[in-house]
Design a protein around this ligand. Structure first.
Ligand SMILES: [Zn+2]
Ligand SMILES: [Zn+2]
Length: 349
């Protein structure tokens, strides 16, 4: 194996990234070395690429290899690695827990207080090879193609968000037509939802939502969201809100349209503090709110892996673009063009 590899590296505290030659990572005793087969672009990568305010405050190490979603083959294991073997086909939970804090010790490692994130706090996987801590390595079934195995991390967000309580027979309203909203549509469908409504702003993506099993597509720019939902539920409101958007508008509408005693899963991240009708939206309604961050380790992963392995969930409509790694700039522009013309963009080193 050569000592050098190609990687997409954030080389400057500024917009963009570069494809450069860097050393193949040297693994630590608790890490494994992976040959990356496929790696997908996430909204987080776009923030880092665009170097927005969040990225400026969050990214400490420059230069740093970008990326956190991948699937690949293990080439080498560290001396303390016990479960992962050379030749295993893995992806990774991207939240690296400390396994020492109160959260980690009580089954909440996904919100570890010392959490490190792959490609955010350390070198990532937009490269030919990546060093991955064994604790976050997830062994894939070889029947799952790399482009699907690489998107399990965001798919896991959707699985956790949607199935934190059963959706069987329920009215489910999804805000946001980004990849996690589209995945959530498919998950709600296989979870047996009665009716799935999705609110989005991009016809290209609402079209994908249809393929993923949405019953009612609502274009927020042209349709009357409130009227459609209230007519469909005889004025009662929906049982479940999956907020994958986190905008002020989604939050206002979500707490208005959730029925009394319903559930609100909050996954979308707001760009700043928001205001909402707390009394009427939550207290008097008896609404249950779940904050959804990451994926449950590893409850979520077992669920999503089986959905893929046994072909219960077809995510192919969401994976819209496959490009060689060197065309990453095209990938990022596909992710940022408006109106949106992509779902998930997967890169192949
Ligand atoms: Zn991601
Ligand atoms: Zn911890």
């Amino acid at each position: 194996m050569s000592e050098k590899m190609k990687a997409i590296v954030k080389t400057k505290r500024d917009v963009g990234a570069e494809l450069v030659e860097v050393d193949v990572p040297k693994i630590k005793p608790d890490q494994v070395l992976v040959k990356v087969r496929a790696t997908s672009i996430c909204g987080t990568d776009v923030h880092i690429y665009e170097w927005n305010e969040w990225a400026q405050g969050r990214i400490k190490n420059i230069p740093q290899t970008m990326g956190h979603e991948f699937a690949g083959e293990v080439l080498e294991v560290g001396s303390q690695v016990t479960k992962i073997k050379v030749g295993d086909y893995i992806s990774a939970e991207t939240h690296i827990p400390c396994m020492d804090c109160i959260q980690c010790l009580t089954g909440q490692a996904h919100i570890c207080r010392n959490l490190k994130i792959l490609g955010v706090d350390c070198d990532g996987c937009f490269a030919e090879y990546a060093a991955i801590p064994e604790i976050v390595a997830w062994k894939n079934d070889k029947a799952i193609p790399p482009e699907f195995a690489s998107v399990q991390e965001p798919l896991g967000n959707a699985v956790y968000c949607t199935l934190v309580e059963p959706v069987t027979g329920k009215h489910v309203l999804i805000f946001g037509d980004g990849p996690t909203g589209l995945f959530a549509t498919g998950v709600a469908r296989v979870g047996g939802a009665g009716q799935i409504y999705i609110v989005g702003r991009h016809p290209f993506r609402l079209d994908i939502a249809k393929k993923m099993g949405a019953d009612v597509l609502i274009n927020d720019k042209t349709d009357d969201v409130e009227k459609i939902i209230m007519d469909a539920t005889s004025g009662v409101g929906v049982d479940v809100i999956l907020d994958m958007a986190g905008t002020q508008r989604a939050i206002d509408l979500g707490f208005k349209l959730v029925r009394k005693g319903g559930r609100y899963s909050a996954f979308g991240v707001a760009s700043g503090p928001v205001q909402w009708d707390y009394n009427n939206g939550v207290v008097f309604k008896g609404v249950t709110i779940y904050g959804i961050n990451g994926r449950l380790m590893y409850d979520t992963w077992f669920k999503l892996a089986n959905l893929l392995r046994y072909k219960k969930l077809d995510i192919s409509p969401v994976v819209t673009h496959k490009l060689p790694l060197k065309d990453f700039e095209k990938g990022f522009s596909l992710m940022t063009t408006r109106p949106k013309v992509s779902g998930k963009v997967v890169l192949f080193p």
